[in-house]
Design a protein around this ligand. Structure first.
Ligand code: BGC
Length: 668
């Protein structure tokens, strides 16, 4: 018998898809647009098409969605955001792809690229940053890494899903300019540059329309403007509030998940909708085509020996988890160079606080991970200290005291389905910090959490603070490594830490967060540092901030031109030197300020960055090439991106508030 073209893996994807589609009955096409159960689509046995499977989530393969097995527990996304390192993001994506394959799934439900609009969003830890540019750079790298293993990334949650309160119904009332400049860029980059094979539609409504039946998002932007060739899957149960299958199918929602339970894509009803003309055959075919394309892209019909092999829980992946933690932890404060501690000299350390011995992997909602091992801070310290340093409980008289505070994944903290209840740390933790520092001035606070926390009650009294985030399975090893100087921290905050919640732009009133039936994004584009820097509000720690055990000098800023013409670019170069005594890495950040604009623009916007690793005394020339996009804003009256002629400042620095060099360029 002749081989059917769709099974021939030497043919191109589109030929195979069309061949397979042409062989399918209406029933069969409809059957693959919904789950068979929670995680997989039904097989089409007649054609030898197996089930196609999905699994959570953004920082490792979730046990709940792939047979309760163990997998590598990578640091959570905010930690990845703090690395500012697309290379690590790509390597991580590849490892995640291989773990997904080893779990018998074809889609990993991540990355999560919703903007960190408020510190109180329960899922801030699952998202990367408050900045659209950093978000896009990391998202593209993760998507490319995952898909290099022929596993589909699934960029979520499209769009404006920036809170958990009433997530199944709330309407994010957001301006077109804010969508274009803040909330959509990472989705767009993941599709146009990363060629993401799938996108997850959000639970919430966007300007009144549910993500799952939002033609404007799913068809006009995603398909028509961005050229998306993949499939859109509903967030789990997100079709619930929609007006039904026809509306979702016509809007561009391909796959409804999960299956069975009260779903809208009921075979009989979808077929009736097609036969009755509510959904055209062309629309249905297009959805089936998109599912088949994903199946063929991910090797569902191929000889496993010719598909990138799956592997999970291997030392190489654990090593990547460790690397992300090493580059993702952020040294927020280090007065008098209290850190690093000298293991040969300190004698003893007091270890205190609720997060010293706590594991976090198995919590966190859909992004939970069943880790093969998870090194707690205490375990990491015990190993590092060995017999050289004794670990005690009483801070008084100890060589230093380390207090592990922060949050956890319990409801009301960093958790899915509910937003945080309190911006400051629990009062008991604040008291523990204050008592400890009163007993021992050499107190270091280590924060283990996934979103900004208030520190005003204690920050001025404490000399050193390390933001460790949820650092994955090797968190404790890395924390101990930083505290004792084996690891030089190089993370930078991907999000601003307001002093108090009222300073946060999303928290102007209850209508702006969490809202009721609607939540009003009245701050518009002024999210994160765009707000703090433009409105002159001082955050506790600014976007891009992070210290090192070495120091970096910035010099010799040059532009290759002072005038940029239509279609032109400007390249800024500068020299960065490690002026200290330890090897270290610096994230060199390049912002643009529009000096004269016809609309209100942020004080500055991140447009490029580079992470450079330097030996003591070593210098590196860093360059940033800026094209028209770097100077543009979204003009609502014209309905287009516009780069206005005039002066712009190119600012280069170590954080959004530590600008070291600048130069002026004119857009002709
Ligand atoms: C979450 C998604 C997740 C899905 C499947 C939903 O509740 O919002 O992020 O991928 O469940 O577990």
């Amino acid at each position: 018998m002749e081989q059917a073209p769709y099974t021939n893996q030497d043919l191109d994807v589109e030929t195979r898809v069309e061949d397979l589609l042409a062989r399918m009955t209406l029933d069969e096409k409809v059957s693959i647009l919904k789950g068979k159960n929670f995680w997989v689509t039904p097989p089409v046995k007649r054609l030898g098409l197996p089930s196609f499977g999905m699994t959570d989530g953004p920082h490792g393969v979730g046990p709940h969605s792939s047979g309760w097995r163990k997998s590598t527990y990578f640091p959570t996304s905010i930690s990845m955001g703090s690395t500012w390192n697309p290379e690590i993001a790509r390597t991580f994506g590849e490892a995640l792809g291989r773990e997904t394959r080893a779990s018998n799934r074809h889609v990993i439900l991540g990355p999560g690229v919703n903007i960190q609009r408020s510190p109180m969003c329960g899922r801030t830890f699952e998202y990367l940053t408050e900045d659209p540019f950093l978000n896009g750079e990391l998202a593209v790298a993760i998507v490319e890494g995952v898909q290099s293993t022929r596993i589909s990334a699934c960029v979520k949650h499209f769009a404006a899903n920036n809170q958990e309160t009433r997530r199944m119904s709330v309407s994010a009332e957001v301006s077109e300019r804010a969508l274009q400049e803040v909330y959509l860029p990472a989705f767009k980059a993941a599709v146009t540059r990363g060629n993401a094979w799938s996108v997850m539609a959000c639970y919430n409504r966007v300007n009144g329309v549910f993500g799952c039946e939002n033609h404007d998002l799913l068809t006009r932007r995603l398909r028509d403007e961005w050229g998306f060739t993949g499939f859109v899957v509903s967030d789990w149960f997100a079709t619930k509030g929609t007006s039904g299958a026809a509306s979702c199918l016509n809007a561009g929602l391909t796959l409804e998940m999960p299956g069975k339970l009260k779903n809208k894509y009921k075979t009989g009803q979808v077929i009736a909708a097609v036969q009755g003309g509510d959904v055209t055959m062309a629309t249905l075919d297009e959805h089936a085509r998109r599912m088949l394309r994903a199946m063929i892209r991910t090797g569902l019909l191929d000889d496993p020996a010719r598909v990138p092999a799956g592997v999970k829980n291997v030392p190489a992946h654990h090593e990547i988890a460790k690397k992300i933690a090493m580059e993702g932890m952020v040294l927020l404060k280090n007065e008098g160079n209290l850190l690093p501690l000298d293991a040969g000299n300190v004698g003893s350390i007091a270890v205190l606080g609720p997060n010293a011995g706590k594991k976090h992997g198995m919590w966190g909602g859909s992004s939970q991970i069943r880790a093969q091992h998870e090194i707690t801070p205490l375990a990491g310290l015990k190993k590092r200290c060995g017999t050289a340093v004794s670990i005690v409980k009483n801070p008084a008289g100890a060589g230093a005291a380390i207090v592990f505070v922060g949050l956890n994944h319990r409801p009301g903290n960093d958790s899915e389905g509910m937003d945080r209840k309190r911006y400051d740390l629990p009062a008991k933790q604040e008291e523990l910090i204050l008592d400890t520092v009163a007993a021992n001035p050499r107190t270091i606070v280590v924060l283990v959490n996934g979103s900004p926390v208030g520190m005003e009650r204690w920050i001025d009294k404490v000399p050193a603070v390390l933001e460790a985030w949820y650092g994955g399975m090797e968190a404790g090893t890395v924390i101990a490594g930083i505290l004792f100087g084996d690891v030089n921290p190089s993370g930078k905050l991907p999000v601003s830490f307001p002093k108090q919640l009222a300073d946060s732009p999303a928290h102007a009133s209850p209508e702006t967060f969490p809202g009721g039936d609607k939540v009003f994004y009245r701050e518009g584009i002024f999210v994160g540092y765009r707000h703090f820097d433009t409105r002159g509000v001082e955050p506790r720690f600014c976007f891009g901030h992070g210290l090192s055990f070495t120091t970096f000098g910035y010099s010799d800023m040059r532009l290759d031109t002072t005038t940029v013409g239509a279609g032109g670019t400007v390249t800024a170069t500068c020299t960065v030197t490690n002026t200290g005594t330890r090897p270290g890495a610096e994230v060199v950040q390049c912002y643009v300020r529009d000096v004269e604009a016809s609309v209100e623009r942020p004080d500055k916007e991140l447009k490029s960055f580079a992470k450079v690793h330097l030996q003591p005394g070593e210098s590196r020339v860093v360059s940033f090439t800026l094209g028209k996009e770097a100077f543009s804003f979204y003009d609502e009256t014209k309905g287009a991106w516009v780069a206005e002629p005039g002066k712009f400042e190119v600012l280069v620095g170590a954080s959004s508030r530590d600008i070291r060099l600048s130069a002026t360029v004119t857009l002709a």
